[in-house]
Design a protein around this ligand. Structure first.
Ligand code: ZN
Length: 348
């Protein structure tokens, strides 16, 4: 087992323990456990409503369903436009019958998978999820599923370069991005995001802001300033033009600062960064963007932080802390225990 795998396992176990505490309504203890799991220490200068935070965010299922079919259609177009040979999408099993019908109607080649691979070990299984592999033809759909299965079965061991390269080719990833992840272990998203962040210089292209939208960038770019990924995203904008909300609207959503903790806990702000200060009017928590983020202890953590951000209107950040202010009044202070407990990304 690699060190990173052990760390992730420890995180996952802490999340499960926090979940149990929330179930027993021991919210204070759950919050302490979560802070240590996320590597932060938070001081709140107002009265938190913890029982409110424990109520999971209400998801609008009709909206979620609409978004899923929209993404499927985008993927089909991407394949038809020759940007890729294959692609895949995770979604909740309850949508499977509808997805099947939709793809048959679209005459798309696809291969479905409803049982998890030996996906990073038992602790990381999510049996509510199904995956669809789409291809330019049945061959490519099945090939993608086959290679992906080997990759997932590798349990954080090093995956053969050949497999990564072929998957990268099938999914149409730019070569620089494939090369960058070539010799690395198979990791969870947060490890990739931290790596991409470290590789990024000054430019965080809004087209690559996959936190708020996976319609333009489906892959982990080598950096948030990757030119090849940006070119690909712009090609997608063209083929999706009649389907996407007006460009201005997507840009307003994606050209926005993001504060990232993990793939299940991040925040997108409608605001601007100047120096080390983020001034904002509104924000979107990950629980409103991705269904997996709204559940359980992760959802609780996001809801707690949301209470602080909702009171504030600016955040002063450094590598060591995020200080949330309402005017001159300090609302909350989040200290990072590691240098990368949270990441501030200024997408423009
Ligand atoms: Zn790249």
């Amino acid at each position: 087992m690699t060190r990173i795998y052990q760390e992730l396992l420890k995180f996952k176990r802490s999340i499960n323990e926090a979940q149990d505490l929330i179930g027993k309504k021991e919210f204070g203890s759950a919050l302490i456990k979560l802070q240590s799991a996320f590597g932060v220490k938070i001081k709140f200068y107002f009265e938190l409503d913890l029982s409110k935070a424990a109520k999971s965010a209400k998801m609008n299922w009709r909206e979620k369903e609409k978004a899923l079919f929209f993404r499927l259609e985008c993927l089909i177009r991407d394949i038809q436009a020759g940007h890729r040979k294959a692609g895949f999408l995770f979604f909740e099993k309850r949508f499977l019958p509808g997805v099947r019908n939709f793809l048959k109607k679209e005459k798309a080649s696809f291969f479905e998978k409803t049982e998890p691979d030996d996906f990073f070990g038992e602790e990381f299984h999510d049996r509510d999820l199904a995956v669809i592999f789409l291809g330019e033809s049945d061959f490519f759909a099945q090939r993608a599923r086959y290679l992906n299965g080997i990759k997932n079965g590798a349990k954080f061991a090093k995956v053969g370069g050949q497999i990564n390269r072929e998957l990268g080719f099938l999914f149409g990833y730019p070569s620089c991005c494939v090369d960058d992840f070539m010799t690395k272990d198979a990791y969870l998203d947060r490890v990739f995001v931290r790596k991409i962040f470290k590789n990024t210089g000054r430019d965080f292209f809004w087209e690559l802001n996959f936190f708020v939208s996976r319609l333009l960038t489906y892959h982990f770019p080598c950096s948030f300033g990757c030119q090849k990924s940006r070119v690909l995203a712009r090609k997608r904008l063209k083929i999706l033009n009649d389907k996407l909300p007006p460009l201005k609207e997507i840009k307003a959503l994606a050209a926005a600062p993001v504060i990232f903790f993990t793939e299940d806990a991040y925040f997108s702000f409608f605001g601007k960064i100047k120096g080390n200060e983020l001034k904002y009017e509104k924000f979107l928590p990950s629980s409103q963007i991705s269904f997996s983020c709204s559940r359980g202890a992760n959802g609780f953590f996001v809801n707690v932080l949301s209470q602080a951000f909702a009171r504030g209107d600016r955040i002063v950040f450094s590598e060591k802390s995020l200080s949330v202010f309402a005017g001159q009044k300090l609302v909350a202070q989040i200290r990072g225990r590691r240098g990368d407990s949270y990441l501030v990304m200024n997408f423009k």
